[in-house]
Design a protein around this ligand. Structure first.
Ligand code: PLP
Length: 488
């Protein structure tokens, strides 16, 4: 008998579970193979998709930097999915490491036990981390790591006898995740709007985003580009209310791989020390070798108090993130309440840690961070050609992380109006051309702005980099035509 649980039975009975049939490669095309005609899109499937208005190609195989859908179409995964697949798809050593661990034990409660993978992974990562950061707390997603890092900063100040220090300062534009505290720290108004009443107030300073700064990043005295804007913000808020400043050492999606001036984070370090504010470096996107050094912050000679990592640390073979902190911070809690108030069922997950351990060991054994730095130079040299395209305003970044910003007018740097949806049109055109990139919008002024980021696996070859440029050029022409056609 169908029980309604208060929902009219008519609604429950409205649609029988659909049978999924093949999606035909190019977006929007569907094929009926008899019965339950549908495609991989809402509401034809039982999946509640991220985007409810588009069809999804179904991927059946991945190899190195490539993905293949069920129609045999190939996609050059130029952004490792979401800055995650640093070691390429279908790596047999990683797959074996996961299987080995699952055969021993798949899950343990981190409240009761510890295990080999978490101990070894923490030791391997600690050896790569700057300064005194050598204690690691493992979680699953980047958002969780940011939540935990900010809560650690807050709990530290409470237990250190300074309970007034609660305020967070963050950059604009910025992104630090989608759970409520991480979203509060993010300057993504379009994501925040419906949840405004649930979010905490976070103080903002402008991000060091040279392409959009009046000084173009060239003025060492510019408060935004030098970092002194942080000092002014702390003084305005009152240092005894500020717990932490959070920033990405190299901008991720939000500023399209913008790199601050070389002295920026030394200035941030100095200011944080002067006002007793904890500096939290969010390396979820830019860390784990992505910018050509183990951690992006290594390139500034400044050590954060707390660091978050995620995405690439397991190469994407299992959801894994972590918070790193020094003894001088953890000790305050060890000698105070005795436990960090952020427990989650899947923290320190054995299979996820086994994936992380295998990934980190592979990065070290095959010297893939060094390879990332070398191939990064090739990537930037080849991508420079894209600035000749009519709507590419800037190409920037470091290592195998590159942002390409689109503008309507290259001289004035005026962005396309948001209504043109250029980044979306480009991303769909790129997928059609067999190229996976990551789009971002709104960075130019909070509403307008279109960019895409590429961040390929560290195993990419020079020939594959050339393929990125070719496919990008095709997608650019198609997106310009689509946007012009839409405007008519
Ligand atoms: N921090 C940064 C810099 C990110 O780029 C992201 C995700 O893109 C996050 C945090 C949140 O990570 P996740 O999506 O794994 O929750």
């Amino acid at each position: 008998m169908l029980r309604s649980y208060g929902i009219p039975c008519m609604v429950l009975a409205r649609r029988a579970p659909p049978r999924i049939v093949a999606f035909r490669g190019s977006i929007g095309l569907k094929e009926d193979r008899g019965g339950g005609v549908t495609a991989y899109r809402y509401p034809d499937s039982n999946v509640f998709y991220r985007k409810l208005g588009r069809s999804y190609p179904r991927v059946v195989r991945g190899e190195g930097c490539w993905l293949y859908d069920e129609q045999g179409k190939d996609y050059l995964d130029a952004v490792g999915g979401a800055y995650v697949v640093n070691l390429g798809h279908s790596n047999a050593e990683l797959a074996d490491a996961l299987a080995r661990q699952a055969r021993e034990f798949g899950y343990l409660s981190a409240t009761a036990f510890t295990h080999g993978p978490v101990e070894e992974l923490a030791r391997e990562l600690a050896a790569t981390l700057p300064g005194d950061l050598d204690k690691l707390y493992f979680l699953s997603s980047g958002s969780e790591a940011v939540e935990a890092a900010l809560k650690l900063a807050r709990q530290y100040w409470v237990e250190a006898g300074k309970p007034g220090k609660h305020r967070i300062i963050a950059l604009a534009p910025s992104y630090h995740g989608n759970t409520l505290l991480a979203l509060s720290a993010s300057a993504r108004e379009q994501y925040k709007l419906p949840f405004r009443e649930w979010l905490v107030d976070v103080t903002r300073i402008p991000a060091p985003y040279a392409y959009r700064c009046d000084c173009r990043g060239a003025d060492a005295a510019c408060p935004t580009c030098s970092g002194t804007a942080l000092e002014a913000a702390i003084r305005r808020a009152g240092a005894d209310t500020v717990a932490a400043f959070i920033a990405e050492p190299v901008g991720g999606s939000s500023t399209g791989a913008s790199t601050p001036r070389p002295e920026y984070f030394r200035m941030i370090r100095e200011i944080c020390d002067r006002y007793q504010v904890l500096f939290v470096a969010d390396e979820i996107l830019c860390g784990a070798g992505r910018t050509g050094t183990w951690w992006a912050v290594d390139q500034y000679g400044a050590t954060p108090d707390i660091m978050t990592m995620g995405k690439g640390i397991s190469g994407g073979y299992a959801p894994l993130s972590a918070v790193a902190a020094p003894e001088r911070i953890i000790d305050v809690i060890a000698q105070g309440s005795g436990s960090f108030l952020h427990a989650q069922t899947f923290s320190f997950h054995p299979v996820a840690c086994a994936a992380g351990l295998a990934a980190v060991r592979l990065l070290k054994r095959d010297r893939l961070v060094e390879r990332c730095a070398r191939l990064g130079r090739v990537l930037h040299e080849r991508l420079a050609a894209l600035t000749r395209l009519p709507h590419v305003g800037d190409v920037r970044g470091r290592g195998l992380l590159a942002g390409i910003e689109f503008v309507e007018d290259k001289t004035s740097r005026a962005p396309f109006p948001r209504a043109a949806r250029f980044a979306e049109a480009f991303t769909e055109a790129a997928l059609e051309a067999g190229l996976v990139v990551w789009p971002n919008v709104g960075h130019a002024d909070g509403v307008n702005g279109d960019l895409v980021v590429v961040a390929p696996p560290f195993i990419i070859t020079e020939q594959e980099i050339d393929q990125i440029v070719t496919r990008f050029t095709t997608a650019h022409a198609a997106a310009v035509s689509a946007v012009k056609a839409g405007a008519r």
